[in-house]
Design a protein around this ligand. Structure first.
Ligand SMILES: Nc1ncnc2c1ncn2[C@@H]1O[C@H](COP(=O)(O)OP(=O)(O)OP(=O)(O)O)[C@@H](O)[C@H]1O
Ligand SMILES: [Mg+2]
Length: 243
């Protein structure tokens, strides 16, 4: 269980304080998925970084599995918007980076993960030799190589073309079902939120507060996009965002 209780996140101090997140409470059961959607600059990344232990909340508490999050933890993986690949390392070295940096991780090579993600043939290439979609998948491979129980994603598919995006969203769905990690996905994309979030939390303008929560119990199949239930959730989200 991920438990976010009355969390407020600030940057700076005194008169220069910027409040990014205000009084947000969320519960995410182990193995569940939640999408966070909201206007640009509203505080989504700030909330996700607090959950990752990278930024301390000024008030409120965040617990994962009953243990307060006070810093990075090995069971929490974070995928950043640009995948965060090191240009001078190959695909395989990039995918293995988390394992190299932290000897405590279970020793599982990224090889199999790369195969699963369709990157088996490009293991020795450098990031500059990959398409955008491939780079994002290397970022996913790195995150998966540590067998996390919590996967945090910050707009992992932003600025990809529609078909590539939908293909990788399908991949995320399969990975989530297969590996049973809890998924928190930050996105700008209404359809992505409706495809991948069992619950979708709509945030307000900065500072982010919870505006609406939309339940999405019928998600979970690759062909969900074609259904009425999906279109209904998309409509609800659009309305909530435009309000
Ligand atoms: N290091 C920082 N110092 C000061 N203010 C910051 C810092 N990082 C973010 N902010 C401010 O906090 C607010 C929320 O930023 P955040 O990056 O969390 O938004 P976001 O919802 O992720 O935006 P986007 O959709 O553009 O990624 C913004 O007003 C931003 O200017
Ligand atoms: Mg952001």
């Amino acid at each position: 269980m991920i438990s976010v209780r009355n969390v407020t996140v600030d940057y700076g101090r005194g008169t220069k304080t910027v409040r990014a997140v205000e009084d947000v409470s969320l519960d995410i059961a182990q193995g569940a998925s939640l999408a966070l959607i909201g206007p640009s600059g509203c505080g989504k990344t700030s909330l996700l970084f607090a959950m990752a232990g990278l930024h301390q909340a000024v008030s409120g508490t965040i617990e994962i599995g009953g243990v307060p999050v006070n810093g990075p933890r090995k069971e929490i993986a974070l995928i950043l918007q640009n995948a965060g690949l090191l240009p001078w390392k190959t695909v395989l070295q990039n995918a293995n980076l988390s394992l190299l940096l932290n000897k405590e991780y279970p020793r599982k090579t990224a090889d199999t993960v790369l195969e699963d993600l369709g990157l088996g043939g490009v293991k020795s290439r450098f990031p500059s030799e990959l398409s955008e979609g491939m780079k994002r998948r290397v970022g996913v491979a790195r995150a998966l190589s540590t067998s996390p129980s919590v996967m945090l994603m910050d707009e992992p598919l932003a600025s990809l073309d529609t078909l590539t995006k939908e293909r990788i969203q399908g991949l995320f769905l399969e990975l989530w079902k297969q590996h049973q990690f809890s998924l928190v996905l930050v996105t700008h994309d209404i359809e992505e939120a409706a495809f991948l979030g069992q619950r979708v939390v709509v945030l307000t303008e900065c500072p982010a507060r919870i505006k609406t929560v939309v339940d999405n119990p019928d998600m979970g199949d690759l062909d969900y996009r074609g259904t009425e239930a999906f279109m209904k959730v998309v409509g609800q989200l659009r309305e909530a965002l435009e309000e």
